[in-house]
Design a protein around this ligand. Structure first.
Ligand code: FES
Ligand SMILES: [Fe+2]
Length: 470
């Protein structure tokens, strides 16, 4: 890849072509948990946070009515930092000269101005639309005069609160290399390889520790065993209304093929199976060009999510209030050569595989130099995604609408998506996994059925295009 193209697809600040594209989509700006005093005691006194998103400095706060506001951080008077503002319940007051703004950015007071001043009525701080869903606050940083698109009807947004759990973490690298790990089905056999399998009953909430659906000769197989023993997946993908659906086939024997179905939701989200009944929707949102937060929404299609367990597992790996990982470049991501020799392929711990992905992304450098890489057959999804990304950037540059935004007919098809990790009959992998995901949807305690139009579109797209592009 040429250096200019690498710049084009990675830089996201205001006014950059890729930044303009990403601003057309709802982006996560904080967890609702970040305002929970039990997790951040500072929030009891003052629910105000300085946040940075797509290279923009913003302030996020909650007023006494419980409404959230997201405003530009520089005070429209003379630019002081509003994240140090006085939260007065009905608005945020700049401590410099006392100008006060509500959650919609309306100026309520300019107390130093003379009596009768109407300056206040002419001042509007830019505020950005917010939606709270599944424990995450999403912001829309699109053009000021445009209407935000609806939030798509993905499972992670449709499931009730009892069946979702959200968490996040900061990675010190560009958003795209982080997303490209999530749509790379080959790495699971290497980066996340464990030399031994754990008992399956300790698997709750932990990625790759659960069993693949189905049995081999009457035996349940942990995902770790499949990934370890079958390291050459046959990867294909289908174009979908939301992006791409990836299928990775690992033939086990004449009768069985391990089938893993994952998804790339354009532009920066992937959806993968965590277990037979749970999925992970992971969004990589740029903080700026060299940092990104991953936001994961865990969605259960069976019993309610055990939030306390899931949160406690993940809190071990980060420091609050900013969800900064305890492992990183500063401590070699916890690298242990003895572990690498005896227990794992990588040597960076067995309890939290997120650190493995973090190392893969961060060790590339702040922005991966794609002029030096050599892509292989198993990188076909990454190549396709880059083509889609460049095309979408050009679409926005030409004044058009990028994929999946504000088009009502497409919006209703942006549902699901389905995931699978299971042992399928070798002769009919697709029929098997489609039945299995339908059964999971039918049995879910919440309405997880897909609208008929979406289900139809998904199957016809898939049969026409699976594997068509290499
Ligand atoms: S800079 Fe904020 S009130 Fe003057
Ligand atoms: Fe991974």
């Amino acid at each position: 890849m040429k250096a200019e193209l690498n710049e084009l697809i990675t830089r996201v600040g205001p006014g950059t072509p890729c930044g303009e594209l990403l601003r057309r989509y709802w982006q996560p700006v904080a967890l609702v948990d970040e305002f929970n005093p039990a997790l951040d005691p500072a929030m009891a006194l003052r629910p105000v946070k300085a946040v940075r998103l797509l290279g923009q400095d913003l302030v996020l706060f909650r007023d006494a009515r419980g409404a959230f506001g997201l405003l530009d951080r520089d005070c429209p008077h003379r630019g002081a930092d509003l994240s140090f503002g006085r939260n007065e319940g009905d608005g945020l007051r700049c401590p410099f000269h006392g100008w006060k703004f509500d959650v919609a950015g309306r100026c309520l007071e300019t107390p130093a101005e003379p009596p009768g001043s109407t300056l206040c009525q002419r001042v509007q701080q830019r505020s950005y639309p917010l939606i709270e869903r599944s424990g995450v606050l999403f912001a829309w940083l699109g053009p000021i005069d445009a209407t935000p698109p609806p939030l798509p009807a993905f499972d992670c947004f449709e499931a009730p609160a009892s069946h979702t759990f959200a968490f996040k973490g900061l990675w010190h690298c560009n958003w795209l290399q982080a997303f490209e790990v999530g749509i790379d089905p080959a790495h699971a056999s290497y980066l996340h390889r464990f030399f031994n399998d754990e008992t399956l009953d300790a698997a709750y909430g932990r990625q790759f520790r659960g069993a693949s659906a189905g049995e081999v000769g009457g035996e349940r197989w942990p995902m770790t065993r499949v990934m370890r023993e079958f390291g050459q997946p046959d990867i294909s993908f289908a174009t979908m209304p939301y992006g791409m659906q990836l299928t990775s086939l690992r033939p086990i024997n004449d009768a069985l093929t391990h089938t893993r179905v994952t998804n790339a939701i354009f532009p920066s989200t992937f959806v993968i199976p965590l277990s037979e009944t749970m999925t992970i929707t992971q969004i990589h949102v740029p903080v700026d060009d060299t940092h990104n937060y991953w936001y994961a929404i865990f969605t259960s299609f069976a019993e309610p999510v055990d939030r306390e367990t899931m949160r406690a597992q993940r809190l071990e790996a980060v420091n609050l209030p900013d969800y900064i990982p305890k492992s990183g470049r500063h401590n070699n991501w916890g690298f242990d050569p003895e572990e690498q020799q005896t227990r794992t392929y990588l040597g960076m711990g067995e309890s939290d595989i997120n650190v493995h992905d973090q190392w893969a992304c961060e060790s590339m450098g702040a922005i991966q130099d794609r002029t030096r890489e050599h892509l292989g057959t198993t990188d076909k999804v990454i190549m396709a995604n880059r083509r889609n990304l460049i095309k979408a950037i050009e679409t926005v540059q030409a004044g058009g609408t990028p994929p999946g935004v504000a088009d009502a007919t497409v919006a209703v098809q942006r549902t699901g998506p389905d995931t699978m990790d299971g042992l399928a009959p070798a002769q009919d992998c697709e029929g098997w996994w489609r039945n299995a995901v339908q059964a999971r949807r039918d049995a879910a305690p919440w309405d997880a059925r897909l609208p008929p139009a979406a289900a139809e579109a998904a199957s016809s797209e898939s049969s026409n295009t699976t594997g068509a592009t290499a």
